[in-house]
Write a protein that binds this ligand. Sequence first.
Ligand SMILES: Nc1ncnc2c1ncn2[C@@H]1O[C@H](COP(=O)(O)OP(=O)(O)OP(=O)(O)O)[C@@H](O)[C@H]1O
Ligand SMILES: [Mg+2]
Length: 248
Amino acid sequence: MFKRKCLIQSAAALPPQEEIFFQMRKIVKQYQLGDEAVTVLRDVDLTIQEGEYLSVLGPSGSGKSTLMNIIGCLDLPTSGEYILHGNIVGELDEKELSRIRSREVGFIFQNSQLLKRMDAMKNVELPLIYAGVRPKERARRAEEMLVKVGLQDRLHHQPNQLSGGQQQRVAIARALVTNPSLLLADEPTGALDQTTGRQIMELFHELNEDGNTIIMITHDVNIARNARRVVNIIDGVLTEAEGEVTFA
Ligand SMILES: Nc1ncnc2c1ncn2[C@@H]1O[C@H](COP(=O)(O)OP(=O)(O)OP(=O)(O)O)[C@@H](O)[C@H]1O
Ligand SMILES: [Mg+2]
């Protein structure tokens, strides 16, 4: 009895084990085209701390979307190790992968991909329906997010009654509503004019100040510069950008 108590006490005295937030090690992605294996990601190493704002900058065809799909657990690497929020992604089954996709990652795409027949509120509520949240709570959280992105006056507008920038804000609110550990954006300003794009970048900055971790994927050096940290990807090779960010 006494011995057991001692054990419990000594365990309690140990510091809690640090959970790895985001770590990729030697990620390789190959596609099989007939007899030929095409390598698209080559030994990608990437570690991100919670609360970081990172952009992945690279030209067309460099592997950005392929990397995003792996980060968002939409696809698995051919080899290498990926840990997201303490989960070793390669060891998860389909059910756990789907839980990670819907709970841990908020996706934002170039085209907002909203449902046309639903108003802003219903579009933002959608991930909460999948998560089994009750209607009243869903509405409360959806409204809170739409207010956060500055759309308090557009709650019941359908996508075709909103500007491109407003549609993208709805998509951002939808990505945020499940309180994901990671916001993952693929060319989030790609379909917007410069001024609207700048406003979306201001919103990303605010979201990061509020503690959200953001990974933004872009081919545009001026967009990439908005992030606090930039990595370059060229022909599937990822390197840390140093000093002034330029398009290598
Ligand atoms: N399913 C696939 N099968 C074979 N090759 C693929 C597949 N998907 C992507 N690729 C190849 O992988 C490379 C990287 O594609 P990816 O879509 O990741 O590029 P990207 O950097 O996102 O480009 P963009 O800026 O044009 O969106 C390309 O050469 C592409 O042809
Ligand atoms: Mg792409």
